[in-house]
Design a protein around this ligand. Structure first.
Ligand SMILES: [Zn+2]
Length: 244
């Protein structure tokens, strides 16, 4: 072996440059460690959130979608014009299916508040005549075309509008003081609450209130009659606590 070759093969430079190189390596390893510590911190945090997420997704019983079991609702959930149908509308109308690929034509009979569509047969036929939720989208459409929807109170208008909007969810919640309707709009942090007003004589007429779930407060600072259980139900709905 020629002299110097051995030292050349393993020559890492002068002792000073070797020290510098080791220092750089140590610095890089330190950075890696700091990064890993950050990752571990994140993972620990995510671990603590798993029970929260699990809770949030756990199904809860007594709040149910408002559809078939809504008998016995306050009387202003009825559509007044369907209780006293104007004579010129007390007849059958033909409405073509709103589905693009369907040529089906349904018969809407306002006199008997009924429709021949599958949705009516499946979910609505059992509700009393005049009930807002007995209106499938075809009945709602005829009422709108006849200009009768504007005259309804806010709750009925919303119930009729809901027919065409699958995103919105109405939930019917039973409280000891009566039914309350919650309108949940996915992606929004407030809930519209249809509940009796406060009055000096107890529950007043049903009106619309807004509850800001993120801020935990009633819109305009105006709560409905007996707001606490309603608030708790909404918070439970959003936070996944049991709302039995
Ligand atoms: Zn229908």
């Amino acid at each position: 072996m020629p002299p110097g070759l051995f030292s050349k093969m393993f020559d890492h430079g002068s002792p000073e440059s070797q020290v510098e190189s080791l220092k750089r390596t140590i610095k890089e390893r330190d950075e890696t460690i700091r990064g890993l510590q950050g990752d571990i911190g994140n993972l620990r945090y995510r671990l603590t959130q798993i029970p929260v997420v699990y809770q949030a997704w756990k199904p809860g019983p007594p709040i149910r979608p408002l559809s078939t079991s809504a008998i016995g609702l306050p009387c202003n959930w009825l559509v007044p014009c369907l209780r006293e149908i104007p004579p010129e509308l007390a007849r059958t109308f033909e409405v073509q299916s709103f589905s693009i690929d369907s040529k089906e034509v349904y018969q809407v009979d306002l006199a008997s508040h009924s429709c021949t569509c599958p949705d009516f047969a499946k979910r609505r036929a059992g509700l009393p005549q005049g009930h807002a939720l007995r209106c499938c989208k075809h009945i709602s459409w005829i009422l709108k075309e006849a200009g009768l929807v504007e005259a309804q109170d806010e709750l009925v208008r919303r119930l009729l509008d809901d027919r065409g909007d699958p995103e919105r969810r109405f939930l019917d919640v039973d409280f000891p003081h009566g039914h309350v309707l919650l309108e949940i709009i996915p992606g929004k942090e407030w809930v519209n609450v249809f509940a009796p007003k406060r009055s000096s004589k107890g529950p007043g007429e049903v009106s619309m209130f807004g509850y800001d779930q993120a801020g935990k407060r009633w819109s305009y600072g105006t709560p409905p009659f007996k707001p606490t259980p309603i608030k708790e139900a909404i918070n439970a709905l959003f936070c996944g606590r049991s709302y039995a």
